[in-house]
Ligand binder design. Structure first.
Ligand code: AHR
Length: 503
């Protein structure tokens, strides 16, 4: 017995152009993300610069356009100058965010080299914790100034004759959080951000700046922090950041699978804040959204993080683990949330790329393997480029203590008019029932199915591991037909789908 649902979409009802940067990720100097992740010089697959070639290939496969670097919490204690010049002269520094020793073998120039190899843009972050406007403007000069000044000539001396032309810059990280090194009040941070931003934009007027919004929705200062800091720094701000992580630990599975609804609300709330500040400032420019940390804490990483002592006896601690199939379903839904808000969400960085809360993991000296969440990210990144169309859903609903009237179906659609392609992403959150779903396409003539990729597993807790990397993978469904305007598919319980059409 199936439940029934309907999805309607109309070719004329556009939300906005999908900015490919919503398929970005993040690299932080922490645990094995850099050392043992992207960089492992004695690995059999290391290239001449010590970067793992298998990792570079995976970044290309995922078509990741941009990565945020170098943090994260690490950023707020980082001296970028420690990471340039001859490697043998670089200091080992104490990283007080993660209680670790940072060898500085990888710094700005090495990271830029890796970014060029992977074909990714850099979303560079400046330290507004222990540092400030001076270090920030110097880093812009080092990266982006043509030559003939102290820092730009030093870059040349260090081997990069052409400027890196980094376009997008984050003004610090999670400055609202008391855990942040040199945490600040909204007033303190807003002032520092605007003054730093002014200098950075004087060095290079082409850059765009991301202001730190709230680091999650449960912090007591959300969303007044966003309002206050934006009020101070509206003048220099192009994007405000949003962060959010979910976990099935401490949450009911039904609530967990509805996490993307919380993201929808978060995006809409922060958009309202941006518009309010713009209106009060009699401003002309819209501030857009950069969801520059999003992800899921899987069960194993939650457990290992809880056991951390956060003292020097534990300086090599890592939290690594496997994502479940349920985590993959929510990942698919979160990506839909970005597509459905593509009028305002221009950047989103899944956190993080490798080994920690990661899309894939690397065995030391061994192979790289794909997490369950790799697949929804891959297919959405590859097929979710074009213009987002509004999908109206008529779906069975459920309620939990946390959410009311949750639609069991969730969906997003992206059209590429030039290539004549339409991709529909659909989630069935119902853990007990399949949903026979009529998809009604208005304004499309001669629509044909290209493929239907199904991601389903009977066990929501099933995981991939280094030993069994292909346990949870998507498959192709038998071809279906579009009859008139309608395509019907039975969407199994707990399943995520990409249905691709051409016209
Ligand atoms: O685990 C990643 C960390 O989560 C980032 O460093 C920080 O910004 C966030 O709180």
């Amino acid at each position: 017995m199936h439940n029934k649902g309907k999805l309607y979409l109309d070719r004329q009802y556009e939300i906005g152009q999908v900015d490919k940067r919503i398929y970005s990720s993040m690299i932080e100097h922490m645990e094995r993300v850099v050392y043992g992740g992207i960089y492992e010089p004695d690995h059999p697959l290391a290239d001449e610069d010590g970067f793992r070639k298998d990792v570079i290939e995976l970044v290309k496969e995922l078509q990741i356009p941009m990565l945020r670097y170098p943090g994260g919490n690490f950023l707020s204690g980082y001296n970028w100058e420690d990471g340039i010049g001859p490697v043998e002269n670089r200091p080992v520094r104490l990283d007080l965010a993660w209680i670790a020793e940072e060898p500085n073998h990888i710094g700005t120039d090495e990271y830029m080299k890796w970014a060029a190899k992977t074909g990714t843009e850099v979303n560079m972050a400046v330290n507004l914790g222990t540092r400030g406007a001076d270090a920030a403007r110097n880093l812009v000069e080092y990266c982006n100034y043509e030559g003939g000044s102290y820092w730009s000539d030093l870059r040349k001396k260090n081997g990069a004759s052409a400027p890196y032309r980094v376009k997008t810059w984050c003004l610090g990280n999670e400055m609202d959080g008391t855990w942040q090194i040199c945490h600040k009040t909204a007033k303190e941070y807003g002032r520092l951000a605007v003054e730093s931003g002014r200098l950075m934009k004087k060095v290079d007027k082409n850059i765009e700046l991301v202001l730190c919004g709230s680091s999650n929705t449960s912090i007591s200062t959300y969303p007044s922090w966003d309002y206050k800091v934006l009020k101070e720094a509206y003048e220099v701000t192009d994007y405000i950041s949003l962060h959010n992580y979910f976990s099935v630990v401490d949450s009911d599975m039904k609530d967990f699978l509805a996490g993307s609804i919380e993201m929808d609300r978060q995006i809409e709330t922060v958009t309202a804040v941006c518009d309010c500040v713009k209106a009060k400032a009699r401003g002309k420019k819209d501030v857009n959204l950069s969801f520059d940390e999003w992800g899921i804490w899987n069960r194993e990483e939650m457990a290992s993080r809880a056991a951390w002592k956060f003292d020097w006896s534990d300086k090599n601690a890592v939290s690594e683990g496997s994502y479940s199939f349920a985590d993959a379903l929510l990942t698919g839904a979160m990506l839909m949330s970005f597509i459905n808000h593509s009028d305002r969400v221009k950047i989103a960085c899944q956190a993080q790329l490798v080994n920690h809360l990661s899309l894939f993991n690397c065995v030391k000296g061994g192979k790289a393997w794909k997490q369950t969440i790799f697949y929804p990210f891959l297919y959405t990144s590859v097929y979710g480029r074009g213009t987002a169309l509004k999908v109206i859903m008529d779906s069975p609903k459920y309620s939990t203590d946390k959410y009311e009237n949750i639609s069991v179906l969730d969906s997003a659609a992206v059209i590429d008019e030039e290539k004549g392609r339409l991709s529909l992403f659909v989630l069935n959150r119902d853990m007990e029932n399949a949903v026979e779903t009529d998809m009604i396409f208005r304004g499309f003539k001669g629509l044909k199915e290209v493929e239907h990729i199904v991601y389903h597993n009977e066990d929501l807790e099933a995981v991939n591991t280094a030993e069994q990397p292909d346990k949870v993978i998507p498959h192709r469904a038998p071809a279906g037909n579009v009859e008139g305007e309608t395509y019907t598919a039975i969407l199994e319980k707990s399943s995520w789908h990409v249905i691709r059409f051409e016209f």
